[in-house]
Design a protein around this ligand. Structure first.
Ligand SMILES: Nc1ncnc2c1ncn2[C@@H]1O[C@H](COP(=O)(O)OP(=O)(O)OP(=O)(O)O)[C@@H](O)[C@H]1O
Ligand SMILES: [Mg+2]
Length: 458
C-alpha cells in the first residue's frame, strides 16, 4: 500500500488540525502543547474512499425514498425521546460521558431491548472482555437470544463481523480503543480514532445499521480525541451526573434528526439504569423553604420542567476582594446578577462573600433562573425567609428589569402540580397566561420593586 510511506505530520489532539512542524499553540483551537506526531491523515484517506464500492449516481431529490417513520426504537423511552423518537437507519450516535457514569450499562440495556424484539444486535467491546460483559449482563438481567458480544479492537475484524451478522444495531464500546492495522500510529491517537470512526460510520450508512459509538470525555467535559468526531457523527449524546448521586441526565448536544433540548433522566440502581418519568421533583428532595437564602425555580429542559433549588450564602468577608463562588450557574451571568443587585436594587454586597449553588449537581444556565438567584442572594444577605411554596421565574436585565421567559405556562403548571401555591413572574402584557388553580401570581416589572415587596431592601 502506497500510504505506508506516508509522511509524518503534527496533529493537534484537541481539534485535529495538522501542521508540518510542531507548534506550541494550535492556531485553530488555541490549545497549548497539543501537537503529537502522526501519519499524515491525507495520505490514507483515498484508500477509505473506495469503501462503499458502489459508484455514486445523482438522483432527483423528489425521487429519493426515505421513510421518516422508520426509526428503530431502543425501547428505553427516555433514550428514544432524547434521540428524537428512536434511531434513524444508518445513523451514528456518539455516546459520551465521564468514566463510570454508566455508558456501558445504558448501551447494553438498549442493546438487550432491541435484541428482545428478535433483531440481532452486536455489542463490540474494546475495553472489557466478553466475560466481564456477561457479568454486567447478568446483573442487569440482559439475556436476549439475539444479543451478540465480541471483544475486538481491530477495525477490519469489526467490519467483517458487522458485514456477517448484519445487526439491527451495533455498539462500539469505546471508539477510543479501535485501531486500524494499516496505520502505524498507536490506538487511541487522533488519527486512529478519526479513521476508525469514519470507517465504521461509512459502513453504518451503507448498510443502514445504526451504531452507538461510546466515547470518553476529557476533564473539562469535551469528547476525548479529535474534535472532528463530533462533526462526523449524526448525534452526540452526553451522559452526565454527579458521581455521588444516583441520578443521570442524558442530553443531545447535536442531533441531525431531532431537537437538542430534550433531557432524559435515569437513576442508577444495582440492576441498571431505571427511567425516571416524574423527574420534576427529584432535585427538590431536601428543599426546605423555611431557611433564608433558598428559592426554587422551575427550569425548562426541552419539553420537560425540572424544579431546582437555588441556595445562596452571603457572609461578611475580611478580605479586600471577597470571594464569589457559583456552582451550577453560568459564572459570568452570576457576576452580572450581583452587579445588578448592588447597583439597581441597592443591595450592598461589596464587603461580602457570596456563594450561589444549584442543589443536586444540576447545571441551570438559562436566564429564567436569574430571579430565583437574585432573591436567594437578597434573602441570605438580609437573613429573611421567603414565603413558603413559592417559585421564582424571570430573566433579569442590566437595568434591573424583569424580563419574560419562554414556556412560562408550562413552568407554572408543573409547579402547581407539585404543590407550589405562589409564583413570582415577569409582568405580563397580553393576558394569554392561564393561572393554574390554587396558585397566586405576583407579577414584577422591576427587581427592586420585587425585593421591596418581600422586605428584602429598604
Ligand atoms: N453492583 C452494582 N450496584 C450498583 N451500581 C453499580 C454496580 N456495579 C456498577 N454500578 C454502577 O455502574 C457504574 C459503572 O457503569 P458503566 O460500567 O456502565 O460505566 P461506563 O460509563 O461504561 O464506565 P467506563 O468509562 O469505565 O467504561 C458504576 O459507577 C456504578 O455507579
Ligand atoms: Mg464502559
Amino acid at each position: 500500500m502506497g500510504s505506508k510511506k506516508a509522511k509524518l505530520v503534527f496533529v493537534c489532539r484537541e481539534c485535529g488540525h495538522s501542521s508540518v512542524k510542531w507548534l506550541g499553540k494550535c492556531p485553530q483551537c488555541n490549545a497549548w502543547n497539543s501537537y503529537a506526531e502522526e501519519i499524515d491523515p491525507e495520505a490514507i484517506r483515498p484508500s477509505r474512499r473506495s469503501m462503499l464500492n458502489t459508484p455514486s449516481k445523482p438522483e432527483a431529490l423528489r425521487e429519493i425514498k426515505a421513510n421518516a417513520a422508520n426509526r428503530l426504537k431502543t425501547g428505553i423511552g427516555e433514550l428514544d425521546r432524547v434521540l428524537g423518537g428512536g434511531l434513524v437507519a444508518g445513523s451514528a450516535v456518539l455516546f459520551a460521558g465521564a468514566p463510570g457514569i454508566g455508558k456501558s450499562t445504558l448501551t447494553l440495556q438498549a442493546a438487550n431491548k432491541v435484541a428482545l424484539l428478535g433483531n440481532p444486535v452486536l455489542y463490540i467491546t474494546g475495553e472489557e472482555s466478553a466475560e466481564q460483559i456477561k457479568l454486567r449482563a447478568t446483573r442487569l438481567k440482559c439475556d436476549a437470544a439475539e444479543l451478540f458480544v465480541v471483544a475486538e479492537t481491530n477495525l477490519d475484524a469489526i467490519r467483517n463481523h458487522l458485514a456477517n451478522i448484519k445487526p439491527a444495531l451495533a455498539i462500539v464500546d469505546s471508539v477510543q480503543t479501535l485501531y486500524d492495522q494499516e496505520l502505524p500510529s498507536a490506538p487511541g491517537s487522533v488519527g486512529q480514532v478519526r479513521e476508525c470512526a469514519a470507517a465504521i460510520i461509512m459502513q453504518a450508512k451503507a448498510s443502514g445499521t445504526p451504531v452507538f459509538l461510546v466515547g470518553h470525555v476529557t476533564k473539562d467535559g469535551n469528547v476525548a480525541g479529535p474534535r472532528t468526531l463530533e462533526h462526523m457523527v449524526d448525534t452526540v449524546l452526553s451522559f452526565e451526573g454527579e458521581k455521588y448521586q444516583s441520578y443521570r441526565l442524558l442530553r443531545a448536544s447535536k442531533n441531525r434528526f431531532g431537537g437538542t433540548g430534550e433531557l432524559g433522566v435515569f437513576e442508577m440502581r444495582g440492576d441498571g439504569l431505571a427511567e425516571v418519568e416524574n423527574a420534576s421533583r427529584i432535585f427538590l428532595d431536601e428543599y426546605d423553604h423555611a431557611r433564608p437564602g433558598c428559592t426554587v425555580v422551575p427550569a425548562a429542559e426541552g419539553t420537560r420542567v425540572l424544579l431546582v433549588e437555588v441556595q445562596a450564602l452571603v457572609t461578611r468577608s475580611p478580605m479586600a476582594n471577597p470571594r464569589r463562588r457559583f456552582t451550577g450557574l453560568d459564572q459570568n451571568r452570576a457576576h452580572m446578577l450581583l452587579a445588578v443587585l448592588e447597583r439597581r436594587a441597592g443591595l450592598r454586597l461589596a464587603e461580602f462573600e457570596v456563594y450561589l449553588n444549584i442543589v443536586g449537581g444540576v447545571q441551570v444556565e438559562e436566564p429564567a433562573a436569574d430571579l430565583a438567584a437574585c432573591f436567594a442572594v437578597a434573602s441570605s444577605a438580609r437573613e429573611i425567609k421567603l414565603p413558603p411554596s413559592t417559585v421564582f421565574i424571570g430573566e433579569v436585565g442590566l437595568s434591573g428589569e424583569v424580563r419574560n421567559v419562554a414556556t412560562l405556562q408550562q413552568r407554572l403548571d408543573e409547579s402547581s402540580k407539585l404543590g407550589f401555591t405562589q409564583a413570582v413572574i415577569p409582568r405580563q402584557r397580553g393576558n394569554q397566561l392561564r393561572t393554574p388553580r390554587d396558585m397566586k401570581l405576583i407579577q414584577l416589572a422591576d427587581l427592586r420593586e420585587g425585593l421591596e415587596k418581600f422586605f428584602l431592601v429598604e
